[in-house]
Design a protein around this ligand. Structure first.
Ligand code: G1P
Length: 289
């Protein structure tokens, strides 16, 4: 029997230097796309996959992320008094069950692997999802749900993957393919940010994972990898051969909101996907093209 997937870890300690000066006082995960902060999209996506428990790995200056999922009593009362039923219903729909959010701190920026290790007491001995909120997903079926479904099928570790042009593989974790079955790819190796000419494929990992708790034991060794950081990819690679490991070609689109151009594209795409905003956005685009 597979253990059910109930937990998600969201690393949110990054400084967001690429978005300064906005991120001097605002956590990058609180930057909005249309009218929702990035972290909200990630939480909604996880909930749509049946996730019930959330752990934010935070750092200094990130308290607004936790506030976002608290009950804003005064705000709700004011909305009630003013008869703003729609806004109130929307806020309430986004509330998480009491006690279902915890935070832990990554005091020093030592890499993604270190951030996940900081969540070890939350993870305990259960499978868990990881969502990197910088990667904003637009999918008919929640990307995390696509991974959760694959996990039910294959067991073990599952990561979302996509093809990128060869010259860009050095920005990502790259998979070495054991067998390509189409939507599912069984993985025989993983390399973090390889030089373009040494990459085993152009299939790269995006910021969505379902991992087995055993990865924590490997992370605990604190071995440094690419860029001198403790890389999640390196510890995931050590699970291969001892547990199933698959990539899933997810269905949907990814916007890299850690990058200015990706973030701007997300604004356009998400506005165009909204019936209330699409006409205005089309009009704007026509004026600037
Ligand atoms: C991280 C991971 C990398 C993955 C990427 C997806 O890199 O280390 O394996 O491909 O996220 O967004 P980062 O973007 O933090 O450098």
């Amino acid at each position: 029997m597979l253990k059910p997937l109930r937990k998600a870890v969201m690393p949110v300690a990054g400084l967001g230097t690429r978005f300064l000066p906005a991120t001097k006082t605002v956590a990058k995960e609180m930057l909005p796309v249309v009218d929702r902060p990035l972290i909200q999209y990630a939480v909604d996506e996880a909930r749509a996959a049946g996730i019930e428990q959330f752990c934010f790995v935070t750092g200094r200056g990130k308290t607004a992320i936790v506030e976002q999922f608290d009950v804003a009593y005064e705000l709700e009362r004011t909305l009630e008094e003013r008869g703003k039923a729609r806004e109130l219903a929307e806020l309430r729909a986004q509330q998480l069950a009491p006690g279902s959010v915890i935070t832990t701190r990554q005091q020093v920026p030592m890499g993604l692997g270190h951030a996940i290790w900081c969540a070890r007491h939350f993870i305990q001995d259960e499978p868990f999802a990881i969502l990197l909120p910088d990667d904003l997903m637009m999918c008919d079926v929640s990307c995390t749900k696509q991974l959760a479904d694959a996990y039910k099928e294959t067991g073990g570790n599952v990561v979302a993957i996509e093809e990128v042009p060869r010259e860009r593989v050095n920005r990502y974790g790259v998979i070495d393919i054991a067998e390509d079955k189409g939507r599912l790819v069984s993985v025989k190796g993983l390399v973090e940010k390889p030089p373009v000419d040494q990459a085993p494929s152009n299939l790269t990992i995006i910021g969505r994972y379902v991992l087995m708790p055993e990865v924590i034991g490997h992370l605990a060794k604190m071995e440094k990898g690419a860029g001198g950081e403790i890389q999640l990819t390196d510890s995931m690679a050590k699970l291969i051969g001892t547990q199933p490991f698959h990539g899933v070609r997810y269905e949907g689109r990814r916007f890299d909101c850690g990058d200015k151009a990706g973030y701007l594209e997300a604004q356009v795409a998400f506005a165009l996907a909204r019936p209330d905003l699409a006409p205005a956005m089309k009009d704007i685009l026509a004026r600037y093209s």
